[in-house]
Design a protein around this ligand. Structure first.
Ligand SMILES: [Zn+2]
Length: 123
């Protein structure tokens, strides 16, 4: 039973969670520490062509305590209810995400952002 559930978890992707309005909990078994991450992060994985199933994606989440991803596992978790100012928070988050990606000078992210801005302009 446990094995079957583990297999099921491994076939679930970050985008599946976002589609189901769930977020992802990253848990480090070495430190017994965890954090909840918005599953919208699948877009970053998609832009970079990284595998998005929870088992593979775990390798990209490093623990803030031990700085290692070796003992990190990902689990679906319930998304907190959206606050009344959710739309403005979304815009804010997009702005800060774009700004931090630009600072990193990531060519893939730059192209993704340019495409998004272009789509907005064509509306
Ligand atoms: Zn750790």
């Amino acid at each position: 039973m446990f094995y079957a559930r583990a297999m099921l978890r491994e076939s679930v992707t970050l985008k599946d969670l976002d589609d189901r309005h769930q977020d992802v909990r990253a848990w480090c078994f070495a430190c017994a520490r965890g954090t909840v991450i918005d599953s919208i992060i699948w877009q970053r994985f998609a832009a970079r062509g990284w595998p998005q199933d929870l088992a593979s994606a775990a390798a990209r989440f490093t623990c803030s305590a031990c700085r290692s991803a070796n003992h990190v596992a990902l689990y679906p978790t319930r998304r907190p209810p959206a606050p009344p100012n959710a739309p403005s928070l979304l815009v804010e988050r997009f702005f800060f995400d774009v700004r931090s990606l630009r600072k990193k000078r990531d060519p893939i992210a730059e192209r993704a952002i340019a495409r998004l801005v272009d789509q907005w302009r064509r509306r």
